[in-house]
Design a protein. Structure first.
Length: 277
């Protein structure tokens, strides 16, 4: 559904919901509709325009400030005029379903992806960039505990050919894949000259006071292994992981696959991936 269709559906829903409500609730619907989009919805009778404007500014800033913080590079690259137009339309049209502020950024990203504005369609990298910036928020609010004192020597031994350890993540990690090298971009990057280039990344929450996000460029093969580990709801046997790779690469010799899996897992661990076994 396009943004315009979403807006029309919301308007119709509001009219339907308020048609048979008590007067004070109809006032509430009129009040919120005007706050969302003063140009499209008349101000409710009896409330001073100055008060409405102040309340809208406060509410708008509460919502959009969080969006601005989540997507600083996208905001800078789109420019003030386009970003203002985009955030105002989001505030007016999008029917947010979550009461949590950290979900607003996801709703905003989804809203942006639904638009068919020529100015946005001319930026083929925008979806990848916004996803990457959103992932930084995801990592920041992830409350999964990080295991301390992981014995990497014992884990290295467990990955030898005569063992079949049960592997499980011991800290937050994500496998990311993009068609653009968005992890290298900054607010002042010149994206008019960037070329499309596929990249796979391993994102880890660092073991520091700030719980900052660490990014490592990895191969598609490593991303496949990491994705399997992140999606596993229970410990995953090394033999099962090898079997999945063999299924995805039927032309490869199973013994070669097993060696590759062990080598790549050791490399991921060396770059900070935390695993239990």
């Amino acid at each position: 559904m396009s943004a315009q269709q979403t807006k029309h559906a919301n308007e119709q829903q509001t009219k339907h919901q308020s048609a048979h409500l008590p007067e004070f609730q109809r006032l509430q619907y009129a009040f919120t509709a005007h706050l969302r989009d003063p140009e499209a919805a008349a101000a409710p009778v009896g409330i001073k325009s100055e008060r409405l404007a102040t309340y809208r500014e406060l509410l708008f800033n509460n919502v959009i400030t969080f969006v601005d913080i989540t997507f600083p590079i996208a905001k800078a690259q789109l420019g003030e005029a386009l970003w203002s137009r985009l955030t105002n339309r989001f505030f007016a049209d999008f029917n947010c379903t979550s009461p949590f502020f950290y979900d607003i950024s996801l709703h905003f990203r989804e809203f942006t992806e639904s638009l068919d504005w020529p100015d946005l369609l001319a930026l083929p990298w925008l979806e990848s960039l916004m996803h990457y910036e959103w992932m930084e928020l995801v990592a920041d609010i992830d409350d999964r505990p990080m295991a301390l004192g992981v014995d990497t020597n014992a884990l290295d031994e467990a990955l030898s050919a005569d063992h079949d350890p049960q592997l499980q993540l011991a800290g937050p990690a994500w496998a990311l894949a993009y068609q653009w090298r968005v992890h290298e971009w900054r607010e002042d990057s010149d994206l008019s000259v960037v070329k499309q280039e596929s990249v796979c990344l391993m994102a880890l929450r660092a073991d520091d006071a700030a719980l900052s996000l660490q990014i490592h460029e990895i191969t598609p093969f490593a991303a496949f292994l990491l994705e399997a580990l992140t999606q596993a709801e229970a410990p995953l046997a090394l033999s099962e992981l090898i079997a999945r790779v063999c299924s995805a690469m039927p032309q490869a010799h199973p013994q070669e696959v097993a060696t590759m899996v062990r080598t790549v897992l050791r490399d991921l661990i060396a770059h900070g991936l935390r695993l239990r076994h």
